[in-house]
Design a binder for this molecule. Structure first.
Ligand SMILES: Cc1ncc(COP(=O)(O)O)c(C=O)c1O
Length: 373
């Protein structure tokens, strides 16, 4: 066993250039004792809105809360259907179930791992209230076709942009297409806090107003509550960390792209499928995900050479025990099921040493030569 490890992600390395600004920002929150409902939260909301190009940003305490509160604010409830993909993190589906609606699952396009627009077209019914595409791994879903369908069917779009900070479709940022979008700032995300954090973004001020109430106990003023809300606020320390990191985000996404490009070139002749990028898309490479035949043995071989990898995600959501009640079965979403067996996320993050990347390529090349791929 190798004692020298190459991790999938090293936040200490990534955050090194931002560290002094982060520490100053945290100290400012502590000095002002503004832990909840902090000025830092408002400042981050304005800054993130400018960066993304949206009018309203409502900071909340996770990407999961962002999805769930957005669905509630968009009027989703019992009797409604929300169309989404089974190939995502569990939070996407959880949010729909918690909102009281029925999730209608549609298989992915195997080229991009995002929801198949043709499948969405077939799944639309009179009860469809929202289409919820996930920009998985940082590759945007086909927002032209989904947008056209939503307009025609008079349904809303909520984008799950948890993994897509910096991705674009037709030159426009992911998270600016739907009626609203949910971002996660979980520490490992392209823009990550030092704990849980998230935001709903929208151009609709009324929707934003409802979200501001929902995240804060339905509050209109101190001890005045308009509706039964939640405690899902974005706290001051996390907002300060995000505000300090935001100026680095574009540079970090560029670094992710150049590392992905390096993998693309070095791995292109090996026995694996590399990430494909739609001609209208710019990938944000939250994750660099290859597809290999003997995935688990490839991961084990990498590990024996000191290289970590990860699987996002080994079980499609329709096969998770917690979603059994939805009534789906193995075989219902063959592309998602195949992807779950073959995907492998390689080390990629801003600050990844070139020598680490070269070592990953070297070991994969050796495995390929010995036909172990
Ligand atoms: C696609 C997707 N949706 C939703 C979430 C939920 O975000 P959070 O972990 O901030 O609640 C995540 C993050 O883990 C995610 O990857």
């Amino acid at each position: 066993m190798n004692s020298y490890r190459i991790p999938v992600l090293d936040l200490k390395k990534q955050d090194r250039p931002a560290r002094p600004a982060i520490l100053r920002a945290i100290r400012r929150v502590l000095d002002r004792q503004e832990y909840v409902q902090s000025a830092a939260t408002e400042r981050f909301e304005r800054a993130f809105g400018r960066w993304l190009g949206v009018r309203e940003v409502v900071g909340v305490n996770s990407g999961t809360a962002a999805l769930y509160l957005a669905l509630k604010a968009m009027g989703v409830g019992q009797g409604d259907e929300v169309i989404t993909t089974p190939f995502s993190f569990t939070a996407t589906l959880e949010a729909i179930v918690h909102a009281g609606a029925r999730p209608v699952l549609v298989d992915i396009d195997p080229a991009t791992f995002c929801i198949s627009p043709a499948g969405v077209d077939r799944a639309l019914t009179r009860r469809t209230k929202v289409i919820l595409p996930v920009h998985l791994y940082g590759h945007p879903a086909d927002m032209d076709r989904l947008g056209a369908m939503a307009r025609k069917g008079k349904v809303q779009i909520l984008e799950d942009a948890a993994q897509a900070h910096g991705a674009t479709w037709n030159g426009r940022k992911a998270g600016t297409f739907g009626r609203a979008a949910a971002f996660s700032f979980y520490p490992s995300k392209n823009l990550g806090a030092y704990g849980d954090a998230g935001a709903v973004v929208t151009d609709d001020p009324d929707l934003a107003e409802r979200l501001r109430k929902l995240r804060n106990h339905g509050r209109t003023a101190r001890y005045a509550h308009d509706l039964v809300g939640y405690n899902e606020r974005l706290d001051g320390v996390q907002a300060a960390v995000l505000l300090a990191k935001l100026p680095f985000l574009n540079r970090w996404v560029r670094q992710r792209r150049s590392q992905a490009h390096r993998y693309d070139l070095a791995l292109k002749n090996l026995r694996m499928i590399l990430p494909k990028v739609h001609t209208k898309a710019r990938h944000a490479y939250h994750l660099y995900v290859i597809r290999v035949r003997n995935r688990d043995s490839v991961a084990a071989a990498l590990r024996s050479h000191g290289i970590d990898s990860a699987v996002h995600y080994p079980v499609p959501l329709h096969l998770q025990p917690c979603f059994k009640k939805l009534g789906y079965r193995r075989g219902d979403f063959p592309e998602s099921e195949l992807a779950a067996q073959s995907v492998l996320s390689l080390p990629l993050y801003p600050g990844l040493p070139k020598s680490h990347q070269a070592r990953v390529v070297q070991v994969l090349s050796k495995l390929s030569e010995s036909q172990n791929l």
